[in-house]
Write a protein that binds this ligand. Structure first.
Ligand code: NDP
Length: 450
């Protein structure tokens, strides 16, 4: 049986690769999902005959556009903008915008594909999408970022809307960028609507949205630890990245009594063996969100170790929270983590572990929460922001945090339900893929061939 399933996975993937050449990250994301789903679909032939998987790997719509803008010296630049509208089976397209030099169609398709399953897992009515540009905000002035955002939204505004497609932030798109994008949408459309999430609290945002992805990844780690009667308290935690997700993951770990010892950016990582406490974290937030500096400055300021051009996975820890970018933990690094006693990996970033690294986690039977489950807290609170915008009523911090916590617990339960094998081991990869799939697949069957 396993052999037949392998052949089916290989045949399916051969078609995906042929139809989507040069999109390696998209192939990687699809392969992982298809490997989880093939046995489930064999047992539930309505999905096979409905060609659900074949339909899900084809975006409903791909939009690609020119984004011209003028820098502070009067020079004209041209970037490329995208929006991938992957699935609207269970709600409006929903997913972030990424501004980073590495952005291309394949990366955004992988992110949009993952988003479909993630959004379904949240229990909220959101379809899946993703977008962005190869524009890099690093080193640009505020005015340059504003002009870029205005040009980007001038085109994007034709395709989105509060009931159609609701983008949010991702790498390189934080509160500043969402502000400029929202301002331009409002001006073009002459309407104040919840067309973007991640807005500031004064103009339609939700409390806890900035914190949500990082907090959620820690809540998920906590749920995984509970299955082994353990907790966060006293555990050493290695975090990569130093942006939105990394900062709030660190804040929650510190609050729960864990010890955070690292941050990184694309230049290198810092290792603070004494632990990054709340005061040091505040300093990092100021460095990254206001002064927009490099993480190396932390080592200069606090006398910690700085390692140029490397990632922090060689540091001894019990918990690892990758919160930077895709494929940032390879097989060797995963082995190093496990060898050093790490037994919890909760992915704040999207697909930060390579397939070989995931194999290492599963073979070692550690607690591994894949991104589409572990980092779903961000989009979940985006969903709650949409609800508040529709009601025109803001919820308190506690109310939103309680709902976030409840959603993360619920996602964990779904993963256990669909991921627990006969030996009692919880394969969260299978659990998240099957748990996320069912609602979308059933909705597609109910809505006919569209
Ligand atoms: P930010 O832009 O705030 O921070 C990204 C961090 O990752 C920065 O420290 C950045 O360093 C580092 N980084 C980015 N690209 C690379 C790279 N190629 N190599 C090494 N380091 C890199 O983004 P977020 O914190 O919002 O996003 C981080 C991850 O979390 C992404 O995978 C994103 O998709 C995922 N995510 C984010 C959500 C959100 O709500 N924001 C929701 C769910 C998932 P540098 O500044 O040097 O580039």
């Amino acid at each position: 049986m396993a052999d037949i399933l392998n052949v089916q996975v290989n045949e399916f993937m051969a078609k995906v690769i042929a139809r989507n050449p040069n999109e390696s990250e998209f192939h990687q994301a699809v392969q992982e999902v298809v490997e989880s789903l093939m046995p489930f679909i064999e047992d539930n032939p309505k999905y096979k005959y409905g060609k659900i998987l074949e339909r899900m790997v084809e975006p409903e719509r791909v939009i690609s556009f020119r984004v011209p803008w003028v820098d502070d010296n009067g020079e004209i630049h041209v970037n490329r903008g995208y929006r991938i509208e992957m699935s609207s089976a269970i709600g409006p397209y929903k997913g972030g915008l990424r501004f980073h030099a590495t952005v291309n169609l394949g990366i955004l398709k992988f992110l949009a594909f993952e988003q479909v399953f993630k959004n379904s897992l949240t229990t909220l009515p959101m379809g899946g999408g993703k977008g962005g540009s190869d524009f890099d905000p690093k080193g640009k002035s505020d005015n340059e970022v504003m002009r870029f955002c205005q040009s980007f939204m001038t085109e994007l505004s034709r395709h989105i809307g509060p009931n159609t497609d609701v983008p949010a932030g991702d790498i390189g798109v934080g509160g500043r960028e969402i502000g400029y994008l929202f301002g331009q949408y409002k001006k073009l459309r002459n309407e104040f609507t919840g067309v973007l999430t991640g807005k500031a609290i004064e103009w339609g945002g939700s409390l806890i949205r900035p914190e949500a992805t990082g907090y959620g990844a820690v809540y998920f780690a906590e749920e995984m630890l509970k299955t082994r009667n353990e907790g966060i308290k006293g555990k050493t935690t290695v975090i990569s990245g130093s942006g939105n997700v990394a900062q709030y993951a660190a804040e929650k770990i510190i609050e729960l009594g864990g010890k955070v010892v690292s941050f990184s950016d694309s230049s290198g990582y810092i290792y603070d063996k004494d632990g990054i406490n709340s005061e040091k974290l505040q300093w990092v937030m100021d460095l990254k969100n206001i002064r927009r500096g490099r993480i190396k400055e932390y080592a200069d300021k606090f006398g910690a170790q700085y390692v140029e051009g490397k990632r922090p996975w060689g540091i001894k820890c019990e918990i690892a929270l990758p919160c930077a970018t895709q494929n940032e933990i390879n097989e060797e690094e995963a082995k190093e983590l496990v060898k050093n006693g790490c037994f919890v990996v909760s992915e704040g970033a999207n697909m930060p572990s390579t397939p070989e690294a995931v194999e290492v986690y599963l073979a070692s039977r550690i607690l591994f929460g894949p991104g589409k489950a572990a980092n779903a807290g961000g989009v979940a609170v985006s969903g709650l922001e949409m609800t508040q915008n529709s009601m025109r009523l803001p919820w308190t911090r506690k109310e939103v945090d309680d709902r976030l916590h409840q959603i993360m617990t619920c996602i964990h339960e779904t993963c256990v339900k669909f991921g627990k094998d006969s030996s009692g081991f919880i394969n969260y990869v299978n659990g998240a893929n099957i748990g996320g799939f069912i609602k979308v697949a059933d909705s597609m069957l109910a809505q006919g061939i569209v």
